[in-house]
Design a protein around this ligand. Sequence first.
Ligand code: OOB
Length: 542
Amino acid sequence: MSDFLKHCTPWPEALAGEYRRKGYWRGQTFSALLDERAEQYGERLAVVSGQTRWRYRDLAAEADRLARGFSALGIGPKDRVVVQLPNCAEFFAVIFALFRMGALPVFALPAHRKLEISYFCQHAEAVAYIIAGQHGGFDYRNLASEVKAVSPGLQHVLVLGDAGPFTALHDLPDGTLPAPPEASDVAFFQLSGGSTGTPKLIPRTHDDYIYSLRGSAEICQLSPESVYLCVLPAGHNFALSSPGSLGVFYAGGTVVLSNNSSPDHVFPLIAAERVSVTALVPPLVPVWLDAAASLKPDLSSLKVVQVGGARFNSEMAARLVRELGCTLQQVFGMAEGLVNYTRYDDSDALVLHTQGRPISPDDEICVVDDEDQPLPAGEVGHLLTRGPYTIHGYYRAAEHNARSFTADGFYRTGDLVRQTAEGYLVVEGRAKDQINRGGEKISAEEVEHLLLAHQGVADVAIVAMPDAFLGEKSCAFVIRRDASLRAVELNAYLRKLGIAAYKIPDRIEFADAFPKTGVGKVSKKILRQIIEQRLLVASQSG
Ligand code: OOB
């Protein structure tokens, strides 16, 4: 067994056999899928991004050119490649090129910085890192130089646009393609929202992911006429596959990309491209609704707005339906697998007050207490799940896997849910040590570890605090060694280390000691209450 495979946990044979027998896993790879679509829908528009308009045949041809180029550089099957591109047509050409040759993209977010990217490169032993030269006022080539200096296995930095000292994507040599991968092979790595010291990589296979696309495309009634606007980061699981861009390609529709989610930019795009469906995180919804009320844009083509990634309150849900006059679809999913949708013909009660039900009849849902015992129907408990597109293990994380999965292979989502009589899930809270900052996930432990390494910090605990706009923000409680240490210094320290800006604590509260639980652990529950109370008092006096 290769080293690589040793680090990926396959589905147990009995389940895999069942998923194949039931026709969920059909033995198709992404490469074969794109070829099939290029054959069927060659002249139809696949991707729109700025001035770029690619038909399916253009996308397939560009993926082919890149695959030959990657191959000529020496990138081969099973090689890991960290992909950090903004929302652009080339993102899809790059990933389909890697799929075609059986190389494995790791989907980094544009917001990731030195610490995260070097960790992905080192942990995945990546041979290549693919970036846009410059984007959003940030020079990724500088980042790449820093990453390269600490990642000995990284052989290639490939750049979209002006490559500087690196290799330009538009100027690759021509090579020959290796034998294609198998559908049961890992196709790429998603990133976990995480609740541990280091981010976790999620291996997804062609078989399992394509099943989730097919299921999603069906539920979302996608067709070649569908036009999907992608404003969330294209590599995130929601925007990629729920149904996301790949679900739209599955159906032969068109993906319109934007790096800017602001109404001024997006409303004219919706009108011009006749966008029919889009996906938002909750904080974007009031921004769009307020702007729609004053700008009165032409949104007549827009039939469905999906909202997911974080808790969406039911008043805002009702406002969306009322004011935009389109169908709301709540989406509760996770990069590890399981995705739930409200359905288009569901009652208002289900659409406004639940986060939907699973894609597959074979998604197993268990709601359990702290001792893993099943709870009576309708009670709130930990959500465990297993199914045809939910992983059985993170990549190279044996110890963590023992905690994150039950002995019979159920994934511990860390979400607290209840299941309605109709089988719909309502997300009631979270047991995992994570902050959900308007859909962006922060692992408390990851940032705590970094702060603890600062010489002025004796102890630290990071918790979520309520925020009117984002739903939650992060608050770091810090015990100082030195009373002169200031919050700005800690923030500057984190920024200098190189972490994504959204992980930098929104607020730092200094403390002399932490409240403890009965067993002597830091009580984050009490810390959350303390900061909530302080914010309340501040808002009343301010
Ligand atoms: C999506 O994926 P991730 O991996 O960034 O985050 C998953 C976690 C869930 O475990 C849950 O804690 C939270 O995000 N979440 C929601 C939610 N959707 C996700 N919490 C409350 N309400 C919702 N609707 O976020 C993701 C992946 C695929 C589709 C949609 C979202």
